[in-house]
Design a protein around this ligand. Structure first.
Ligand SMILES: Cc1cc2nc3c(=O)[nH]c(=O)nc-3n(C[C@H](O)[C@H](O)[C@H](O)COP(=O)(O)OP(=O)(O)OC[C@H]3O[C@@H](n4cnc5c(N)ncnc54)[C@H](O)[C@@H]3O)c2cc1C
Length: 289
């Protein structure tokens, strides 16, 4: 089930729409309100070369539209959408095309991080290409035991990092099963990135971790132009507003495309508690309005 029309208002809350035009409209609005954006053309785990090439063309088209409309936006890409499951060489070729065009247009590509079986391959490819294309960055997930070392490696290589908790269902052999450990790891990595990273992105809707980030930046006199917060389109808009009013940089991750179903399900059903989060989020926004 991937091509179902977006009809429910719930889907529209998290996904800009099915077409690039929808995404451009949403990003224009996001920019007008003061946030920057990262465009994600939804899709993952493609099994046919044709689909991977078509996804690449979609990303190239997105860069053209960003430039033409003068949007304050970069792009987020998943490597399995560019054929990582088919052949690493194909993926490298397609990612190189995307990075080349981004570089010509002075734009930036964030490589999203997928499930743990892809972590090493994703990092290997990004670190290898980063030497030629410093305009790419990675995502590291604080639920993985390995992430503190990956943060050090990224900082040393001056690769930009987006820090997230992690969205996939990982086994306890590779990831902390307890939320408290994931959060503690996140806080430690946030500090390391703020101190020694290159323009890190602190991507979370967690009030406590956001407060910890602001406090740490203040204590170490790290100015607000040296890092950014990132949040997902449609989640905690009250918090997105507040951070902006406080003078922080905030980037909104804006997904679009017909392959929205797995993304939406990750937000809603991957963790049963997310359904409750949505209700809470709506109530909090309504109270703050
Ligand atoms: C910009 C961005 C990019 C991301 N990229 C990746 C990636 O490349 N790879 C990856 O594995 N993960 C990615 N994620 C997802 C991330 O790993 C988490 O699954 C997600 O952000 C929820 O975790 P949290 O940090 O917000 O903390 P949580 O502890 O899960 O949530 C904290 C609070 O945030 C709010 N909240 C969280 N989720 C929701 C929701 N679905 N609906 C409503 N409210 C919610 C609630 O108020 C909740 O109490 C990304 C997240 C962001 C913000």
């Amino acid at each position: 089930m991937t091509r179902r029309r977006i009809t429910s208002s719930l889907a529209y809350r998290f996904v800009a729409g099915e077409r690039l035009d929808d995404a451009v409209r949403v990003v224009s609005d996001v920019n007008r309100r003061g946030w920057s954006a990262s465009l994600d053309h939804l899709g993952e785990n493609v099994t046919e070369e044709k689909a991977a090439r078509s996804a690449t063309d979609d990303y190239l088209a997105a860069f053209e539209r960003i430039a033409a409309a003068k949007l304050n936006a970069n792009v987020s890409v998943k490597l399995t959408q560019l054929g990582l499951d088919i052949a690493p060489e194909l993926c490298q070729e397609l990612l190189t095309r995307v990075l080349q065009r981004a570089k010509q247009l002075d734009n930036f590509v964030r490589i999203d991080m997928e499930g743990a079986p892809y972590t090493q391959r994703t990092l290997d490819l990004v670190f290898a290409l980063h030497e030629r294309f410093p305009n790419c960055g990675v995502v590291l997930q604080s639920y993985l035991y390995r992430t503190p070392e990956d943060v050090l490696r990224a900082n040393k290589a001056k690769v930009r990092v987006r820090l997230v908790k992690g969205a996939y269902d990982e086994p306890p052999t590779v990831a902390f099963p307890k939320k408290a450990d994931v959060d503690a790891n996140y806080e430690a990595e946030m500090r390391e990135l703020l101190l020694n990273g290159v323009y890190p992105a602190i991507a979370t809707h967690d009030d406590r971790l956001i407060e910890a980030t602001k406090r740490f930046a203040r204590e170490r006199e790290i100015t607000t132009d040296r890092f950014e917060f990132q949040m997902l389109y449609g989640i905690r808009r009250d918090l997105q507003d507040r951070l902006l009013r406080e003078g922080h940089r905030v980037r909104i991750y804006v997904p679009y495309g017909t392959e929205w179903y797995p993304y939406l399900m990750r937000r809603l059903a991957e963790r049963p508690a997310n359904l409750l989060f949505i209700v809470r989020s709506l109530i909090r926004e309504r109270r703050a309005a």
